[in-house]
Every structure is written in C-alpha cells, then in structure tokens.
Design a protein around this ligand. Structure first.
Ligand SMILES: Cc1cc2nc3c(=O)[nH]c(=O)nc-3n(C[C@H](O)[C@H](O)[C@H](O)COP(=O)(O)O)c2cc1C
Length: 257
C-alpha cells in the first residue's frame, strides 16, 4: 500500500537549522511556570469523523489520514511514538519513523540489539502512536511485532543515504559510550574502510520490524472536548463475534472522548 518514504515524508535533507536558544537561564528561573502551563489549551474543531466517512477498513482510513498529512507537508508526518514493555513490565517509549505500511502491518527500522529490540525480543506486544497536531488527529495502533524478512531489510538499507548506512554500523544503539568522540571515531574509521564506493552491507543487528495491529483507534479533535473516537478491533477466529464476522475482518465502535 503506502510507502512512508514517498513524497514530502522524506525530510532527511530538510533545510539547515539554527541552534536552539533554550529559554530558561538557570534551574531556579521559573519562567514558563505552572500557571502558564495550566493556561495552555485550545479548542479543536477543524474536522469531524463520522462512521460514514471512516468506513469499515482501518487501513484505508489510515492511508487517507497519512496521505493528507504528507500532502500538507506536516513536519515529520511519518514520526510516531513506539511503546514497548521492559522485563519489569514497565512501559518504554521513543520516537521512530514509519517506513512502510500495508494490511500486513506498520514497518519501522532500528537496531535489534537496542533497548527496544531487547524489549521486543522478550515481549512482542507494542503500541504505535501518531499525532498530527495541525490536523487535530491522533491514531493509536496496538499489536504484535515481528522482524521483517532479511531481504526486505537489506533492500531498505541499500536505499538509505551512505552516511545513514555508516551511522547504523557506527552506533551500538542504546549502549553506554565513553564519550562522543568514541562514536565519531567509529564513523570516520568506517568511512575510511568503505571509501567512496564499496557497498556497505546490512549490519548484523539492524533491520525492520512489522507491527501487525489488533486494534486501531482514530481520534479527531472536536469542539467542547466532544472529540470523535472510532475504534477498530480485529475479529479473531473463534471469537464471540466471529459467528457474524469473518476472521481478519474488523469491527468498529465509537468511544466516548
Ligand atoms: C524524529 C525522530 C525519528 C527517529 N527515528 C528513528 C528510527 O526510525 N529508528 C531508530 O532506531 N531510532 C529513531 N529515532 C531515535 C529513537 O527515538 C531512539 O532514541 C533510539 O531508537 C533508541 O531507542 P531505545 O534505546 O529505546 O531502543 C528517532 C528519533 C526522533 C526524535
């Protein structure tokens, strides 16, 4: 279905940016304190999500919302939060980039030996969260994760810019570094090793995961906090509702906001 690499999603080459001027001068400086935070709110109301608009297929709806976010040029439209669970059953979250999706699932690439990789090896249940602020839309996706085929990872890795390929080799993701120069040295050593043209192989510990959803919820902000929430749940073979709906089909309900 959609490739998250297409169109405006690929912002790796987005324009050079200025260093950020962080505002708070010292830990005791209370600028931006709690009253200001409490006053931060806005009403929503750009759009609505009716059952008729949503339809029966959550992948089609996801595709419509995702394409709309890409076409609007939303920054990092393919960024999402991935939550995993650690060995003590505690949730762990971080931002990743969606690289592909289809009815088979949502694909992202990372280091298999990272913290998320070890979480997923222990417990393949995970959750994905997209938030497109400008469109007042949130999508929550829950399911099981599995590794994508090695050839699929290799094909994607080969399509990445050379510097990103070297970066994947250089970074023992989630491990403690003695200091930054350690990482930079690894990178420059690899630059020398592979030179300008030698093909850079797929790192052993690097590749894709595909999250196969069991639940997908679409949230559209509405006024007075009366938001629209439509939840799709996959029908399991032999489940109670399975007598009416075939396995692999989706049921849809509206949730209170
Ligand atoms: C906008 C953005 C996009 C990111 N994309 C990825 C990605 O696609 N893959 C990845 O491994 N890390 C990505 N990261 C870094 C992760 O958030 C995280 O720092 C890293 O994967 C290590 O996470 P872990 O220690 O929980 O495994 C991204 C971070 C940001 C802010």
């Amino acid at each position: 279905m959609g490739s998250a690499d297409s169109g405006k999603a690929n912002q790796e080459a987005a324009g050079a940016s200025q260093p950020i001027q962080d505002l708070r001068a010292s830990p005791g400086d209370t600028a931006g304190g709690s009253q200001q935070i409490q006053d931060l709110r806005r009403d929503f109301g750009r759009d609505s999500l009716t059952e008729e608009l949503a339809g029966d297929d959550p992948f089609l709806l996801f595709g419509r919302w995702f394409d709309t976010a890409l076409d609007a040029g939303l920054r990092d439209a393919n960024a999402f939060v991935l939550s995993t669970v650690d060995e003590a059953n505690r949730p762990v979250s971080r931002v990743l980039l969606l690289k592909d999706y289809s009815p088979a699932g949502f694909v992202f690439y990372t280091n298999y030996a990272s913290r998320k990789g070890s979480n997923l090896a222990e417990n393949p249940h995970a959750a994905i969260l997209f938030y497109w602020a400008e469109h007042e839309r949130q999508v929550r996706i829950e399911g099981r994760v599995e590794r994508v085929a090695r050839e699929e990872s290799a094909a994607y890795f080969a399509s990445r810019p050379r510097a990103s390929q070297l970066g994947a080799h250089a970074s023992p993701q989630s491990q403690v570094l003695s200091d930054r120069s350690d990482l930079e040295k690894r990178f420059s050593d690899l630059e020398q090793q592979y030179g300008a043209d030698a093909p850079i192989p797929l790192p052993e510990d690097w590749g894709g995961y595909r999250l196969q959803p069991g639940r997908i919820e679409f949230w559209q902000g509405r006024s007075n906090r009366l938001h629209d929430r439509l939840e799709y749940t996959i029908v399991q073979a032999g489940s109670a509702s399975g007598s009416q709906a075939k396995a692999g089909a989706w049921t849809r309900v509206r949730l209170a906001p």
